[in-house]
Design a protein around this ligand. Structure first.
Ligand code: NAP
Length: 292
């Protein structure tokens, strides 16, 4: 088994396939289009949105960004989402989290039509995923399954531990691993015996958001470690750096395979956002494409 899971390289390969798919769609008169809504003044969100715009452009996907400052009214965003739902040229809608204070993510996300819910976060898509039905899969967990499969094709019967239970990462991750026939343990801030449970896992997916949280005591020899965390730490005055949840150097000798931060899960999330956009555009144009 390879040790270093190069998310950047795997995402680039996926994007090459996407580029060809987009070209075919364009030849059929369809340009996939994603609407990105950002309603906060968070600098990290600004970076994420521009990464999404840039990759869309590179793949030939159209993107339309709507940026709002804190203070924007929830009703205004609700009306925008309704308009985008009705617009046949928009195939995918993303609500960048977190939203500014006073805005309900849960309320606004559920106004997105499930057919345009590009990150699979509406209750309809989350419910379908939990029920094991076809649905739009959330991008980060979808990318993580791809990364795990890059080092271990058959994960059936493996014990997977997921740290974190957010709707963006933890919960859909639990369902996806279960749908891949893993035995899954879900851990969160109230869990007991976290280290012991992790040390029995064949796969650990950490989405806690705490630097150096996972050390070698958590690792069973040969386990696959997926580090979802994005933590900005200060390394010296005025100098900051992004690290994951895993103490990479500490666990390196024990792991079977591991994703780095950056260039592990992050690029896969954005690549699957584009993949979902393309698939939604296909689904919404089945008749035009002669698929029905
Ligand atoms: P979140 O909503 O803050 O969730 C964090 C989760 O960690 C919660 O469920 C929390 O439990 C759990 N937790 C906290 N302390 C714990 C502990 N000591 N032991 C076990 N679980 C603990 O965060 P999120 O949105 O899921 O994101 C998690 C991390 O992933 C963040 O660093 C985020 O930036 C990153 N992220 C990365 C990507 C990517 O593409 N690479 C995508 C999304 C998120 P409770 O539920 O009990 O509070």
């Amino acid at each position: 088994m390879k040790k270093f899971i190069d998310g950047k390289a795997i995402a680039e390969k996926l994007c090459e396939t996407l580029k060809r798919k987009v070209k075919k769609l364009k030849n059929a008169g369809i340009t996939p289009c994603i609407a990105l809504i950002k309603a906060n003044d968070d600098p990290a969100s600004e970076i994420y949105v521009s990464k999404k715009e840039n990759l869309a452009k590179a793949l030939g996907i159209r993107s339309q960004t709507y940026k709002f400052l804190p203070g924007v009214k929830e009703n205004f965003l609700a009306n925008l989402i309704e308009d985008l739902n009705r617009d046949p040229d928009i195939h995918a809608i993303l609500l960048q989290s977190p939203l500014a204070e006073g805005l309900s993510f849960k309320k606004l996300i559920n106004l997105i039509s499930p057919e345009k819910d590009v990150d699979g976060l509406t209750s309809v898509n989350q419910g379908k995923l939990f029920a094991g039905e076809d649905c739009v899969l959330p991008c980060t967990p979808q990318g993580i399954i791809h990364l795990i499969h890059s080092v271990q094709e058959d994960i059936s019967g493996m014990h997977a531990v997921v740290l974190g239970r957010s709707i963006i990462v933890g919960r859909p991750m639990i369902s996806l691993l279960l749908n891949n026939d893993c035995s899954v343990t879900a851990l969160h801030s109230k869990s007991r015996n976290v280290i012991k449970i992790c040390s029995e896992a064949d796969i650990i997916v950490s989405a806690v958001g705490r630097p150096k949280f996972i050390t070698k005591d958590f690792i069973k020899e040969g386990a696959i470690i997926i580090d979802v965390g994005i933590n900005r730490i200060t390394i010296s005055e005025g100098k900051r750096k992004v690290v994951g949840d895993v103490d990479f150097d500490d666990v390196w000798n024990s792991v079977g395979a591991i994703t780095p931060v950056p260039n592990g899960v992050g690029p896969m999330t954005v690549a699957y956002l584009m993949s979902n956009t393309v698939n939604l555009a296909i689904n919404q144009n089945r008749k035009k494409l002669g698929l029905v």
